[in-house]
Design a protein around this ligand. Structure first.
Ligand code: F6R
Length: 594
């Protein structure tokens, strides 16, 4: 979703901010803007466009600048147009603001303080700029006016503010939306995502909620909202800039699909010492003191949770429930016994999960976050963290994070159990099987061309295969825009089979011995009604005529392999249709609004 980058220092702020914004493109956006100090006019200039950063870049005619702030907007308040794009300017023109997040009480603030003012946009952000100006017009100095404004805001914000009368200063503020301060010996960079700090900064600090920052080119000071200075500690940046490049692949999604075997091997390195699991025993003991696990997540991460539930139940004997975070946050089920909570989030910034976390912390529950981003908000605020070590995932459609989440949660389930099989060997076997499946990735293009020529499609399966069917369907719909349902195959005949007509594509997932013949019967039922069918089957369960074969593995871990063809089907379906695979329409990578 929205992205923020700002820079002040000896290097060219224009290039640094533009590069930073480009690194955040993967998060999804619909308009972009920048404000830069222009040495020629000794003033700030402001440029905004509806559309891509390339268009913004073309409109900037300043070559060099020591200070700039930039923004990519994913519309929440008001249409996608140039007026609503950030930065926004205050009514006198003195203050320039970029903002991520949502201000819940902006209408009320408008009514109370700014009734006589004329706004040029429909955004909540413009109210912030106007309020600062309003308090300055009541004779407060700029910093005090910003602090007073911040204390009035309800909702979430990561903000950068420029005061045109102070050309060597950027103000920043953060509450509930992420904002990181990066430092090098040539300047300070501020961004809403670690990716944008690279390669400019070598150290960073993640701002806490309710903080306000004054930033000069060689130093910054962090305050709380009462203006009291706060201590902080810089951390080295532990991320490789190259890992956010596409390399030899045409799309990040294809690259990330191919990275999965390496990610599984990396997880094995991180979580095993010889054949022993490397997980903190105090952490495992804490979990064992609880009698029910609740997994909270959204989208693909929730689908990984559905697989993890089976592993926690089958291997560790822990009753486990999986909840959609946006539902759980405001419609909490009755909790009995001693519940333990696991939040799964690739980004660690999903606002629906943050809402759950706030609620759970208020009730003193113990929460673990399983995430790809160790520095993320959900990682910092939970009681325990497990990192999935997938490396930056840039494509909006999540692939390697899904398999990494399952692998890490499999290791946790195993560590909580009395199982004695060799999990490390099983997972290494899976990494090799992934390699062999991926070698044949181009075979999926003709399959997709002959199968997916309808507006809709079904994935069906039972048990773990049903869990994968849900993820397979999400992947296909989000990038190819084919309306796809993941369905429990036995449930089809209770209503949904009415949708099957001539050539409706139905793909069955068959990896579990106990349900293989039942799923096949259900597939035959739709075939008799005209469906065009395909089975994705593990080798040992293969029947005549079935050609899409998946190497055998521990059946509980089969989702790690079964999902690979479905990711490739989604990828090639979007490719054949000519869609923007890495940045599908309407979607954002990191969903930081509820
Ligand atoms: C789909 C996808 C989303 C995310 C969801 C949760 O491909 O990526 O469904 O899984 O928005 O995001 P995280 O895992 O960052 O909390």
């Amino acid at each position: 979703m929205c992205g923020i980058v700002g820079y002040i220092g000896e290097k060219n702020a224009k290039d640094i901010v533009l590069n930073g914004l480009k690194k955040l493109e993967y998060r999804g956006y619909d308009s972009a803007g920048m404000s830069l100090w222009d040495n020629k006019t000794s003033d700030h200039t402001l440029i905004k466009v509806k559309g891509r950063i390339d268009a913004l870049e073309k409109r900037i005619d300043i070559k060099e600048s020591p200070l700039a702030i930039g923004h990519t907007r994913w519309a929440t308040h008001g249409k996608v147009n140039q007026e609503n794009a950030h930065p926004h300017t205050s009514f006198s023109g003195r203050f320039i603001v970029v903002h991520n997040g949502v201000i819940d009480n902006y209408k009320q603030l408008k009514k109370t303080y700014l009734n006589d003012k004329t706004f040029t946009s429909e955004t909540d952000t413009e109210v912030i700029a106007f309020l600062i100006d309003y308090f300055v017009s009541e004779s407060l100095p700029a910093d005090k006016a910003i602090l007073k404004t911040l204390r009035l805001l309800e909702g979430s914000y990561a903000l950068l503010v420029i005061d045109r009368t102070q050309p060597d200063l950027i103000y920043a503020a953060k509450h509930k939306s992420p904002l990181l301060m990066g430092k090098s010996n040539q300047g300070i960079i501020i961004a809403s995502d670690m990716m944008a700090l690279l390669p400019t900064a070598d150290q960073y600090v993640a701002l806490e909620d309710e903080t306000f920052v004054t930033i000069h080119q060689d130093a910054f000071t962090i305050f709380d909202l009462n203006g009291t200075v706060q201590p902080y500690q810089m951390q080295p940046i532990d991320m490789d800039d190259m890992s956010s490049e596409k390399g030899a692949f045409d799309h990040f999604m294809l690259k990330e699909i191919h990275e999965q075997p390496a990610v599984i091997r990396k997880i094995l390195n991180k979580y095993f010492e010889k054949n022993d699991v490397l997980l903190d025993t105090a952490m495992l003991d804490t979990i064992k003191k609880h009698d029910r696990i609740h997994i909270l997540a959204a989208g693909t991460s929730m689908h990984a949770g559905l697989v993890a539930k089976k592993l926690l139940e089958q291997w560790a004997g822990m009753p486990t429930e999986v909840h959609i975070a946006s539902e759980f946050a405001y419609d909490m089920p009755l909790l009995n016994g001693k519940p333990f909570f696991i939040m799964i989030s690739q980004s660690g910034e999903t606002a629906d999960l943050r809402a759950c976390l706030m609620r759970l912390k208020k009730d003193h529950h113990t929460v673990m976050t399983v995430t790809n981003v160790r520095t993320s908000t959900l990682a910092r605020e939970a009681d325990m963290v497990l990192t999935i070590h997938a490396g930056p995932e840039i494509a909006v459609a999540s692939t390697k994070a899904y398999t990494a989440q399952i692998a890490v949660l499999a290791i946790l389930s195993y560590a909580l159990s009395h199982q004695s099989f060799d999990l490390k060997a099983e997972l290494s076997k899976i990494a090799s099987a992934m390699d062999s499946l991926l070698e044949k990735h181009e075979d999926f293009k003709p399959i997709v061309e002959s199968l997916l020529n309808k507006r809709h499609c079904f994935y069906i399966g039972r048990g773990l295969d049903y869990a994968v069917a849900l993820e397979a369907a999400l992947k296909l719909k989000e990038i190819s825009y084919i309306q796809t349902e993941g369905f429990a195959s036995g449930e089809l005949k209770h209503g949904t089979i009415a949708l099957i007509e001539e050539d409706t594509p139905v793909i069955a997932l068959i990896s579990q011995n106990s349900t293989a013949s039942l799923t096949r019967s259900n597939l035959n039922e739709v075939k008799s009604r005209g469906a065009k069918t395909l089975s994705i089957v593990v080798e040992s369960l293969r029947e005549n005529g079935e050609t899409m074969l998946i190497p055998d593995a521990n059946p509980s871990l089969a989702p790690l392999l079964m999902v690979i063809p479905t990711q490739l089907i989604a990828y090639y379906a979007a490719l054949v249709k000519g869609y923007d695979i890495d940045k599908p329409r309407n979607l954002a990578k990191s969903v930081t609004v509820e």
